[in-house]
Design a protein around this ligand. Structure first.
Ligand code: NAP
Length: 335
C-alpha cells in the first residue's frame, strides 16, 4: 500500500509518500481501507520533536474513515464492507473517569491513518453516521472526542450557560463550539484572526474577540454580559490566565492542551475566591466516542472541514497547520 512515512524529525518536508507492506489483521482485529484521514496538532508536534517517546520510522495519523476490508480470527465477517469511523483511543480501560496504563493514541507508536489501509482492534471501529461524507467522518474522531469529553463529561454544560471557547480556528475548538451550541449554550470565541471570528459566527457562535488585542478579556466581559460560566481552552499561557480572570463565580475551566505554554501567572487567589473548578481533560472512552457519533447523527451536525489535500500532499497539509492557517479540520483524501 501507499503511506506517508516519517523517517526523520524536524521538518514537515520529511513526510514522504512510500510503498510499504499492507497490514494483516491479527486475532480480534480488522483492516480498514481508508477513504479519508485528518490531521491533529499532535502530528505537527511529533514532526517538530515536541512529543514524548517518538519511534521512527512512523506512519502518523489518528483520524480515519473508510470501509472494513479484512477481519481477523474471532471477528464477525458481517463487518466486511461496512462504512466505519476509527476510534483512535486504544485500550482506554475500565474506568470512565480516566485512561488506564495501557492507553495509547493511534498514530504513534502504532502505525496511523496517513495510509491506504489501517489495522485496528475490531472494537475501535464504529458505524459511520450516514449523513457524513468520508471526509467529514474522518474529521471527527480525535478532536470531536476531546471536545465531547471537555464540554459534556467534564464541564457538564447546561442550556442557557455562557461558554467561552478559545482559539476557535483549532480543530478541537470548532467541535467544542458545535457541541456546546447543541446543548443550548451561548458560545463566545477568541481567535487571532478576524476572518476566523466571522467564520465562527457563521457556524453559530454568539460573538467573539481577537486575542491579539490587549484588552480582549475586558471586551469579552462586556460582550457576554459578565463573563463565561465555562471556559474550554487548549492554548494555556495568557489565554488561560485571562480566562480565569474573567470567569464568573462558581465557573469551570476545562483545558486539554497548552499550545502556547505554561500559565505561570494564573491568579490562584482569584480562582479560590470564585469557588472555581479547574479541570484537565483528554480524549475519551469508547462510551464517549459512541455518544459523540450519536449526537452528531441526532442533531445532523457536520464537522467543519477547512481544506482537503490529496494524501500525497501531506507535507503541505502539515505546513498549513503549522502556520495555524486553518479554521476547522485539515483532511487528507485517500481513496
Ligand atoms: N489532551 C488531549 O487529548 C488533546 C486532544 C486534542 C488536542 N490536544 C491539544 O490541544 C491543542 C489544540 O489541538 P488542535 O488539534 O485543535 O490544534 P489546531 O487545530 O492546530 O489548533 C490550534 C489553535 O490554537 C489557537 N491558538 C494559538 N495561540 C493562541 C492563543 N494565544 N490564544 C488562544 N488560542 C490560540 C489557534 O486559534 P486561532 O487560529 O483561532 O487563532 C490555533 O488555530 C494542542 O496543544 C493539542 O496537542 C490535546
Amino acid at each position: 500500500m501507499k503511506a506517508i512515512v516519517l523517517r526523520e524529525l524536524g521538518s514537515v518536508d520529511n513526510l514522504k509518500l512510500e510503498e510499504v507492506p499492507d497490514p494483516q489483521p491479527g486475532p480480534g482485529e480488522v483492516v480498514v481501507r481508508l477513504h479519508a484521514a485528518a490531521l491533529n496538532h499532535r502530528d505537527v508536534f511529533i514532526v517538530q520533536k515536541l512529543y514524548p517517546n517518538i519511534k521512527l520510522p512512523a506512519i502518523l495519523g489518528s483520524d480515519g474513515a473508510g470501509v472494513v476490508s479484512a477481519v481477523g480470527e474471532g471477528v464477525s465477517a458481517e463487518l466486511l464492507g461496512q462504512e466505519v469511523v476509527v476510534n483512535p483511543s486504544l485500550e482506554w480501560g475500565d474506568d470512565e473517569r480516566t485512561q488506564g496504563p495501557k492507553y495509547r493514541i493511534l498514530g504513534m507508536p502504532e502505525e496511523g491513518t496517513f495510509a491506504e489501509f489501517i489495522k485496528v482492534p475490531a472494537e475501535n471501529v464504529n458505524p459511520k453516521p450516514a449523513h457524513l461524507s468520508f471526509a467529514e467522518a474522518a474529521a471527527l474522531p480525535l478532536a470531536g472526542l476531546t471536545a465531547y469529553r471537555a464540554v459534556v463529561t467534564r464541564a457538564q454544560v447546561k442550556t442557557g450557560e455562557t461558554v467561552l471557547v478559545t482559539g476557535i480556528g483549532g480543530g478541537v475548538a470548532t467541535f467544542a463550539l458545535q457541541i456546546a451550541k447543541a446543548l443550548g449554550a451561548r458560545v463566545f470565541v477568541t481567535s487571532g484572526s478576524d476572518e476566523k471570528l466571522a467564520r465562527a459566527q457563521s457556524l453559530g457562535a454568539d460573538g467573539g474577540v481577537n486575542y491579539k488585542t490587549a484588552d480582549w478579556g475586558k471586551q469579552l466581559v462586556a460582550l457576554t454580559g459578565g463573563g463565561p460560566d465555562v471556559v474550554i481552552d487548549s492554548a494555556g499561557g495568557d489565554a488561560l490566565e485571562t480566562s480565569a480572570r474573567i470567569l464568573k463565580q462558581a465557573g469551570r475551566i476545562v483545558f486539554y492542551g497548552a499550545t502556547t505554554g505554561l500559565a505561570k501567572n494564573l491568579d490562584l487567589y482569584r480562582l479560590f475566591f470564585k469557588q472555581a473548578t479547574l479541570m484537565g481533560s483528554t480524549m475519551g472512552s469508547p462510551r464517549e466516542f459512541a455518544a459523540l457519533l450519536d449526537l452528531y447523527a441526532k442533531e445532523q451536525i457536520h464537522p467543519v472541514v477547512d481544506q482537503v489535500f490529496p494524501l500525497a500532499e501531506a507535507a503541505a497539509a502539515h505546513r498549513h497547520m503549522e502556520e495555524a492557517g486553518q479554521c476547522g479540520k485539515i483532511v487528507l483524501q485517500i481513496a
